[in-house]
Design a protein around this ligand. Structure first.
Ligand code: ADP
Ligand code: MG
Length: 694
């Protein structure tokens, strides 16, 4: 992307220094400034009696100074004791102050103070509030005071002045045709003006709750830009060319014949959808979504078989080495007997072995390549890539997924005769996408769902047990192991310190080994080198290790059917989907499985809510819905999606109706008024890039 250039009109009086700060906020021109909508408002239209001031809530008070003192608490600070008309006391505290400030706080001075109070040593206090000297006749503000998202060195006062200039001299002409705008909504300029300077008659809660028509207009504008951008990406993809994976059905028949099980109805349906996709001339872009243990791997294998039968190579990428290794074992186990060459690639593979894989891949001898991020390194050149499979797709960033797809352009075939734009892409995830996200960020994705678990699974029983009874749990594990079963023991998540987390895992391992002398207790953690990690996993799979102590590295997708117990220590520290994924490690075979969530008191309200959901439900969809409710969609998308312009104004949970309107409007615009669509995109996205689709 080219370096964006700022262009502000002279009338706004933007100095180069201010311009830099605006640029930091992603604001490049006059319109961007007007569209910089306040985050929230402070109500300076009224004076709150000190008795009604609440800790943590913004308030404006009017008080008289009783006295001020300079105190030393480690450093110098100014403490001003004040009272209001009702003689209720409020303390103001300033850590940095100038001598000149003291004059304002002479005894009996009347001041108006704005800020958030907290509980201090002497009752309620405000730290570094704003204040002005006033007289009894000084009027209060007539409208709510906007608070802008900002950056260091750009004060709210500066914002208010800048916005006043912008409102006075920047035009914001309508670019959208009237018929897609709800009649009850204001024009864009009126909406913007109202939000920057709300007149006194506006209901403050309609502003803070963002359900005023002016907000509806702004949110619709934003969602429309997103929908237009996504729809265009989708149309572009539709125009791309991919190789048709048309093949004889021999290989598929052989593959299916050797499977040790019959596919579920859901698996067959998903496979039919994928098969149809790969027979088209434009690239498949499909997400296979299915709860942990629903059997996504075999679908991926079928797609690989289809690709290989068509004479092309398939790439299968997973986010961690343990996961990739498991995929490799499984695929190789299925394909090697059919004479198909499956190769393994990860950063831990020795240089000489790597060089061999590279050469065999470029020569077209390797038919399926399975591995980690190592697949997207520059040295990797395919002969003729036809399919890219990405497991646990939500754990990859957009750039990584694009890099794998790009391997088609660098393949030998493409260099000889470039015919195609992209390989077929199959993404897999156990994390269901909520409807609002499916309509927005993931709108450019076709979805196939595995909504049925393979038969013969016994439901997992979840137990919530107080940490105080941990010893009983250890006894129970000893009994189960004596019966020939296996267990995972997950150590607590310690977000603040990786070292501490590691130490806890080592200690837990030692303690369990001591408590269970006749049991082989293994240990895996993030700091273990991949070869050792693999060795321990292999011992666990073989049943030589009966209890596996692990930090959270026991990954999604690890498949050991004989492991029927899962203990999670300090379960209250884990997120919902993390718990669900961990619990999905058991219940994979015919054994009765149990997941013990050990919790420590006291529990926060959220932790309690999470544990309750885990206790009540094993349905990944229901759990994901709750997760979204507890965390909000921003976090759901995750930091990994960084670089993705998130919605600033619309709230995907609350604004589903607006989102649907925007989707329909986008379709209409692209059909009937391409120019307006273009102008709208330019206004809202301009130099900020576009809403990348996942
Ligand atoms: P996930 O969707 O979590 O990746 P896997 O593909 O690892 O699930 O499948 C979980 C387990 O279920 C594996 O042991 C797999 O062999 C088995 N499995 C998959 N499909 C079926 C089926 N139709 N019937 C019986 N077992 C199956
Ligand atoms: Mg899997």
């Amino acid at each position: 992307m080219t370096q964006p250039v700022t262009s502000f009109s002279k009338a706004l009086k933007i100095t180069p220094k201010l311009g830099e700060k605006l640029e930091k906020l992603g604001l490049y021109d006059d319109q961007d400034i007007l569209l910089h909508i306040p985050l929230r408002y402070e109500d300076e239209t009224r004076i709150t009696p000190v008795a009604d001031v609440r800790a943590g809530v913004f308030a404006q008070v009017q008080v008289r100074v009783v006295e001020h003192t300079v105190q030393f608490r480690g450093r110098r600070q100014l403490v001003v004791t004040t009272v209001d008309d009702a003689d209720d006391i409020l303390v103001l505290r300033f850590m940095n102050f100038y001598g000149t400030q003291l004059a304002a706080f002479r005894p009996n001075a009347l001041i108006r103070v704005q800020g958030e109070a907290r509980h201090g040593h002497q009752g309620l206090e405000m730290v570094h509030p704003r204040y002005q000297a006033v007289s009894d006749a000084t009027p209060v503000s007539e409208h709510l005071t906007p608070v802008y998202p900002t950056t260091e060195g750009l004060s709210q006062g500066a914002w208010r002045k800048l916005m006043a200039r912008a409102l006075a001299c920047v035009a914001l002409p309508e670019v959208l045709p009237r018929q897609i705008i709800e009649p009850s909504w204001p024009s864009l300029f009126d909406a913007v003006q109202l939000l920057h300077a709300p007149p006194p008659e506006v209901n403050p809660s309609a502003l803070t709750e963002r359900d005023h028509p002016a907000w509806a207009r702004i949110k619709f504008e934003e969602l429309l830009a997103q929908q237009l951008s996504l729809t265009k990406a989708k149309l572009k993809r539709r125009a791309e060319r991919a190789p048709v994976l048309e093949a004889g059905t021999d290989l598929l028949a052989q593959f299916t014949a050797q499977l040790p099980f019959k596919m579920t109805g859901a698996q067959s349906r998903a496979w039919q959808q994928i098969l149809a996709d790969t027979r088209r001339t434009n690239p498949m872009h499909r997400l296979l979504q299915g709860d942990v243990g629903s059997g996504k791997t075999v679908i991926a294998a079928l797609a690989c078989a289809q690709c290989v039968a068509a004479g092309k190579q398939a790439a299968v990428m997973a986010p961690t080495e343990i996961l990739a290794e498991q995929l490799f074992e499984k695929l190789n186990g299925w394909f090697a007997p059919l004479g198909i060459h499956v190769a393994w690639l990860a950063s831990s593979v020795k240089k000489s072995a790597k060089t061999q894989v590279y050469a065999a891949l470029t020569a077209g001898e390797v038919q399926i390549l399975v591995g980690t991020h190592a697949l997207i390194q520059d040295a990797v050149q395919f002969y003729d890539l036809g399919l890219a499979v990405i497991d646990e797709q939500h754990r990859f960033g957009v750039a990584q997924r694009l890099a794998l797809r790009h391997k088609m352009q660098t393949s030998v075939q493409a260099q000889i005769a470039p015919q195609f734009d992209a390989p077929h892409q199959l993404m897999m995830s156990a994390t269901p996408i909520p409807r609002t996200l499916a309509l927005s960020y993931f709108a450019d994705l076709d979805v196939a769902v595995l909504d049925e678990l393979p038969p013969g699974r016994t439901p997992i029983v979840t137990k919530l047990i107080d940490m105080q009874r941990r010893a009983d749990v250890v006894d129970k594990i000893a009994q189960q192991v004596a019966k020939g079963e296996q267990a995972y023991w997950v150590c607590p998540l310690i977000e603040e310190s990786e070292t501490l987390e590691l130490q806890t895992a080592i200690d837990t391992h030692q303690a369990l080994q001591t408590a269970l002398p006749h049991v082989n207790v293994g240990l895996v953690h993030g700091k273990l080198n991949p070869a050792d990690k693999r060795a321990v996993m292999a011992q666990f799979v073989a049943g030589e290790v009966q209890v596996l102590v692990a930090t959270t590295v026991i990954e999604v997708g690890v498949d050991v059917p004989n492991a029927s117990w899962m203990v999670i220590e300090h379960a209250e520290r884990f997120g919902l989907s993390q718990l669900h994924q961990l619990r999905g490690r058991v219940g994979r075979g015919a054994l009765h499985s149990t997941c013990v969530l050990l919790f420590d008191k006291p529990l926060s309200a959220t932790a309690k809510a999470r544990l309750k959901i885990m206790y009540e439900s094993t349905d990944g969809f229901a759990i994901a819905r709750e997760d979204l409710r507890l965390r909000g969609p921003g976090e759901f998308l995750g930091a990994r999606q960084s670089g993705l312009p998130l919605l600033r104004f619309a709230d995907l949970e609350k604004d589903l109706a607006l989102l649907e309107l925007a989707r329909d409007a986008a379709a209409w615009l692209l059909k009937h008024d391409e120019a307006a669509a273009q102008a709208h995109l330019q206004r809202w996205l301009g130099q900020r890039g576009h809403f990348l689709s996942a």
